[in-house]
Ligand binder design. Structure first.
Ligand code: PLP
Length: 338
C-alpha cells in the first residue's frame, strides 16, 4: 500500500464529496449566477465574520489578488523569508503587483511585531513605501508551526499605527485553529484579508477563498477576471469546498495526532539529527549519515513511502485525510526497521 506523504494536496474526493459535486446547483459564475459558488463565498465569509469572499482556483491566485488589491507598483511587502508568497508563487509579487519584498528571518516561519516595526521604511524619497505585511499560519516551511495569537494582535497594532494592509496566507489556517483551539472569527477581526485553501488538509480537489471587506473583494473580483480566473459553472468545484468546510475541519486533529506518532518514532532513529517542533500535520526533519535527504527519500520510495527532500538535509512529511491509521502503523513499523 502506497503511503503518500509528499503533501496534503494529494487527497482525492471521497464518495460524500463526489456526491455533493454531482448534485451541485450551477449557473454562470461570471454573471454572478452560480448558486453554489455564492453559497460557498457566503458560508466562508460568515465563518470568519468577514463581509465577503472570492472563490478562486488556487491559493496562489487568492494570495496574489490580495497583494494586488493592497498595494501600488513600487511598494514594499513585508514577509518572512520562507513564505509561500515569496518562495513559491513564481515571482508573482513582482510580476502582478510590481512590488518588492522586505524579508524577515523569523522563528520557524513566524515573525514578531518588533521585527515588523523595524522593517517599515521611513518616509524618505529613496525608499519604497511599505504597504503590506503578510503572515503565513500555519507556516509551511516552518514545519506547520502556529502563531501565538497575541503576537498577531501586536503585529496588527503596528500595521494600524503605520496604515499598512495586513494579509494572512492561511492555506493551512484550519490546522492552526484546530491545534490551538482558536476561533475563525477572531482571525476575521484581526486581518484585512485572509486566504484559505480548500485543497490542502480539507481535501477538496480544487479551490481557495479570499476573504475581506466588500469593497476589497469587489476589486479582487476584477483582478480574478484579469488573471483569467473567472470560471463559469464553478458550482461543481464550490460544492466540494462547501463539503470540505462542513465535514473536514474537526478531523484535522487526527492528522495532527498521526504526525505526533510518526515523529516519536523518527526521534528514536540515529539517522534523524533534528525534528522541527511538530504542532500540526507537517513533520520536517534533518537527516545525518549514512543518509542524505535525497538518499533517505529514495530508500523510503522503494518501501512505497513518498516524502519530499525539501533541502539537501531536510525531509518533509505531510499528514492528510487519505492517510489511515493502518497506514500510520505500517509506516511506523517500517521506520523502526530502517
Ligand atoms: C499550498 C499553499 C498555498 C497555495 O498554493 P496553491 O497550490 O496555489 O493552491 C499558499 N500558501 C501556502 C503556505 C501553501 O502551502
Amino acid at each position: 500500500m502506497r503511503i503518500d506523504l509528499r503533501s496534503d494536496t494529494v487527497t482525492k474526493p471521497g464518495p460524500g464529496m463526489l456526491d455533493a459535486m454531482m448534485h451541485a446547483a450551477v449557473g454562470d459564475d461570471v454573471f454572478g449566477e452560480d448558486p453554489t459558488s455564492n453559497e460557498l463565498e457566503a458560508y466562508a465569509a460568515n465563518l470568519f465574520g468577514m463581509e465577503a469572499a472570492l472563490f478562486c482556483v488556487s491559493g496562489t491566485m487568492t494570495n496574489q489578488i490580495g497583494i494586488k488589491v493592497h498595494t501600488q507598483p513600487g511598494n514594499e511587502v513585508i514577509c518572512e523569508q520562507s513564505s509561500h508568497i515569496y518562495q513559491y508563487e513564481a515571482g508573482g509579487i513582482a510580476f502582478n503587483s510590481g512590488c518588492q519584498v522586505k524579508l524577515i528571518y523569523g522563528d520557524h516561519g513566524r515573525i514578531t511585531a518588533k521585527q515588523v516595526e523595524e522593517s517599515i521604511n521611513p518616509d524618505d524619497s529613496h525608499k519604497a513605501p511599505t504597504a503590506l505585511v503578510s503572515l503565513e499560519n500555519t507556516a509551511n516551511r516552518g514545519g506547520g508551526s502556529c502563531y501565538d495569537f497575541d503576537e498577531i494582535l501586536k503585529i496588527k497594532a503596528v500595521c494600524e499605527k503605520h496604515q499598512l494592509g495586513f494579509h494572512l496566507d492561511g492555506a493551512r489556517l484550519f490546522n492552526a485553529l484546530v491545534a490551538k483551539k482558536e476561533s475563525a472569527k477572531e482571525y476575521g477581526k484581526a486581518f484585512d484579508s485572509i486566504s484559505i485553501c480548500l485543497s490542502k488538509g480539507l481535501g477538496a480537489p480544487v479551490g481557495s477563498l479570499l476573504l475581506g471587506k466588500k469593497s476589497f473583494i469587489g476589486r479582487g473580483r476584477r483582478y480574478r477576471k484579469l488573471l483569467g480566473g473567472g470560471t463559469r459553472q464553478s458550482g461543481y468545484m464550490a460544492a466540494a469546498g462547501l463539503y470540505a468546510l462542513k465535514n473536514n475541519i474537526e478531523r484535522l486533529a487526527i492528522d495532527h495526532a498521526n504526525a505526533q506518532s510518526i515523529s516519536e518514532v523518527l526521534r528514536s532513529k540515529p539517522f534523524v539529527e533534528e525534528i522541527f517542533p511538530v504542532e500540526t500535520n507537517i513533520i520536517i526533519f534533518k537527516v545525518r549519515d549514512p543518509y542524505t535527504a535525497a538518499s533517505l527519500a529514495a530508500k523510503l520510495k522503494e518501501l512505497d513511502i513518498l516524502a519530499i527532500a525539501i533541502s539537501p538535509t531536510n525531509i518533509r512529511m505531510v499528514l492528510h485525510l487519505d492517510i489511515s491509521s493502518e497506514m500510520v502503523d505500517d509506516l511506523c513499523n517500517t521506520i523502526k526497521k530502517l
